[in-house]
Design a protein. Structure first.
Length: 338
């Protein structure tokens, strides 16, 4: 079975919409506004690099065509994952939230013309709650694109820090909010909305999301897969130098849970991964962040494996104990045998 999806990214390397505490701890306050600028190639002066390939792909539950392109429209009924990303432009600092929203909206329209039915925005893509501000614009955008919008945002709340994703349906309904469960260390405050694991039952499949550092932990993806998720989004906010590490983690979560994964970063690596861990499409940007579009068709998974059914994390700990024992106990065993 296949669906259609897209991931949108921003350009500013290593920055984010963060609480004041997080800004101070991570020394990101000087580039806070920069992360919030969303530059499509025509806006920032960079031309998106486009790669086009086609091939047949036999999915777990059927046949679908895989595309890796920045221009072609996706076929009906396929999963098309898009990632739009652009280079560094420090001269645009100070733009308002409405400007960021305008550019993300334009990227969403582009993704929709390429066949996207699910459009994933990046971690901390906006600095406001979309159910409180610019709500009408977003509802209109969902209707215009006829797509599910998975919107990332972060803000300080009187109760504390919120780093969240929310799904907006084409019919204009906001679905359940997902709050990041594993704050990024060091420095990110506890997310006050953590602890909820929604799975969105849609005509294109059962969809879910985690956020950035959650991908380093097996429990978040496993819990969503056991609840029926077939595709899990991984919006991230990375820094240069470690970009492919989260791609590797995304591959592991796909295999463990038999789910498709769409990883979309603000400026660096993005990947589209099938339920067997095969990287269908990958682009790792330059250290400064680069403009590109990543598009692919990918089958959704079953969300069912022996690993997540039996919660086999204990096998990893058993392997660690065995490695330590045989590494340091070999000489002791040899003496005992003699």
């Amino acid at each position: 079975m296949c669906a259609s999806g897209a991931a949108l990214g921003v350009n500013a390397p290593g920055t984010g919409t963060m609480s004041s505490q997080y800004q101070q701890t991570t020394h990101h306050s000087d580039v806070l506004e920069e992360h919030q600028l969303l530059h499509h190639g025509h806006v920032s002066g960079h031309s998106p690099e486009i790669v086009e390939t086609k091939r047949s792909y036999q999915g777990e539950q059927g046949q679908c065509q895989r595309r890796h392109t920045g221009a072609e429209a996706g076929d009906q009924g396929q999963t098309t994952a898009h990632f739009h990303q652009n280079g560094h432009d420090s001269g645009q600092l100070g733009h308002r939230q409405s400007t960021r929203l305008d550019v993300l909206a334009e990227l969403s329209r582009i993704a929709a013309t390429e066949g996207a039915q699910l459009i994933v925005w990046p971690e901390l893509g906006l600095g406001f709650d979309p159910q409180v501000e610019h709500t009408g614009e977003l509802i209109s955008l969902a209707a215009e694109t006829d797509a599910y919008l998975l919107i990332g945002y972060g803000l300080d709340d009187p109760r504390g820090w919120r780093n969240e994703m929310v799904m907006l349906s084409p019919q204009g309904e906001f679905l359940a909010v997902y709050g990041k469960n594993h704050p990024t260390s060091p420095g990110e405050p506890r997310i006050i909305t953590a602890g909820v694991y929604p799975v969105y039952d849609t005509p294109i499949g059962r969809l879910a999301t985690i956020i950035c550092n959650d991908v380093h932990f097996t429990n978040t993806s496993r819990r969503l897969a056991r609840a029926g998720a077939q595709l899990i989004a991984v919006p991230t906010l990375e820094i240069s130098g470690i970009t492919l590490e989260q791609v590797a983690q995304s591959v592991m979560r796909a295999v463990e849970n038999r789910v498709a994964v769409v990883k979309a970063d603000v400026a660096f690596s993005s990947a589209i991964i099938d339920p067997y861990g095969k990287i269908v499409a990958l682009r790792n940007a330059s250290p400064q962040g680069a403009a590109f579009t990543l598009t692919a068709d990918v089958p959704i998974g079953s969300g069912k494996t022996v690993y997540n059914w039996l919660n086999l994390d204990w096998m990893g700990w058993l392997n660690l104990v065995g490695m330590v024992f045989f590494s340091f106990g070999a000489k002791w065993l040899e003496k005992k045998v003699r």
